[in-house]
Ligand binder design. Structure first.
Ligand code: NAP
Length: 336
């Protein structure tokens, strides 16, 4: 799949399995005009594309890595309506992609570097090409936050991961640790109990920032061990992860735990480096939008996890995608 996938391998997504990676092929287009360029092919971008392409707009989705975005990391989405038994994130994203393509949306693998305004048009400057359009939807999502502890760089891809769905199966009968106390961390921990003999959750407080149902599940699972009021201090090993050192935040004491794998799940940061000089962002780097999901730049909209939303779920991302299509039509009707 070439350089984009190599870049992916070198990032925190390092270990997404080959079955995901082989799906995307670099397909560079010549400079071309579109009605709308959507930056990011996760659930928010795909839904916006489904609605807008069905409304006969000429749509291009630019995705730098894999269509589906972070939803690909979800083993089982249990709260997405219509799937009483839950649905796998990859399956759902694949269906959304097929639906967007059926209505005529084009999808290209490329990395957006900058958005510029040129008269009444926008130019989306990307690594492989430049694309011009009448409106832009930013749906670039988030990437996992790193802890910045000793051993993090050294053990990335060698026992340290940010995706249990991608790498969990490597830890059959082994011991793993999950860092974090939010919904993602607890989901990852429960998922990892399918493979690992022990799953150690390391959380810096006593209370979890997760749904009560999930908290019940981790507290009653005999494979899960809790290290509360604790933070990861260091990851150690020779050629791969062999142990972690935890620090108790109350008394400062250190404790070594023998472990074969570490999964960090401490939240995420928005992918906004390409638009930080063009759009207004909040203090965390999220794109600020108004009631129509329009950004500080008229004609540029933002949807899903990348905007300053209070809830980041696949269902809310899909809602944003549907909602923005109406605002987009209003904008195009006035600007034409
Ligand atoms: P999150 O809710 O922000 O939780 C991050 C966790 O990591 C928190 O427990 C936080 O501790 C901890 N943390 C952050 N920085 C840390 C540091 N430097 N050292 C140690 N611990 C640190 O992030 P998330 O779990 O990725 O979830 C993101 C959003 O997606 C949330 O809105 C979440 O509800 C949603 N989500 C929903 C589902 C679901 O409903 N099925 C599944 C996954 C994610 P503190 O609690 O002490 O701050």
């Amino acid at each position: 799949c070439g350089r984009p996938v190599q870049r992916l391998i070198n990032t925190e997504w390092s270990s997404l399995s080959a079955r995901y990676l082989t799906r995307m092929k670099a397909r560079k287009t010549a400079i071309k005009n579109y009605d709308v360029v959507i930056i990011g092919g996760g659930p928010a971008g795909l839904t916006a594309a489904i609605y807008a392409a069905r409304g006969k707009l000429d749509i291009l989705i630019i995705e730098k890595a894999l269509v589906g975005g972070t939803s690909l990391m979800i083993d089982k989405l249990e709260n997405y309506p219509g799937f009483p038994e839950g649905v796998n994130g990859y399956e759902l994203a694949t269906k959304m992609e097929a639906q967007a393509r059926r209505f005529g949306a084009e999808i290209v693998q490329d990395e957006v570097l900058e958005i510029k305004k040129d008269g009444g048009k926008f130019i989306v400057k990307s690594q492989g090409s430049d694309y011009t359009c009448k409106a832009v939807i930013v749906a670039s999502g988030t990437k996992p936050q790193k802890l910045g502890v000793e051993g993090e760089d050294r053990f990335t891809g060698k026992g340290l991961s940010w995706c249990a769905t991608c790498d969990g199966a490597f830890y059959k009968g082994l011991k793993v640790a999950v860092i974090g106390g939010g919904n993602s961390a607890l989901h990852e921990a429960v998922y990892l109990t399918r493979f690992a003999s022990e799953v150690h959750i390391v959380h810096r407080r006593q209370e979890f920032r997760a749904s009560p149902a999930l908290i019940d599940r981790i507290k009653t699972n005999p494979k899960i061990k809790l290290h509360l009021d604790s933070v990861l201090n260091k990851i150690d090993g020779s050629s791969k992860v062999e142990s972690i050192t935890l620090k108790n935040v109350k008394d400062g004491s250190l404790k070594e735990v023998k472990i074969d794998g570490v999964f960090e799940a401490i939240g995420s940061v928005p992918n906004t480096s390409f638009c930080k000089n063009f759009l207004r962002l909040d203090e965390k780097g999220n794109i600020i939008t108004d009631d129509s999901l329009e950004t500080s730049e008229p004609g540029v909209f933002a949807v899903g996890d990348v905007r300053n939303t209070k809830l980041r779920q696949v269902a809310t991302a899909v809602g944003d995608g549907a909602y923005v299509a109406a605002a987009l039509e209003r904008f195009l009707a006035v600007s034409n």
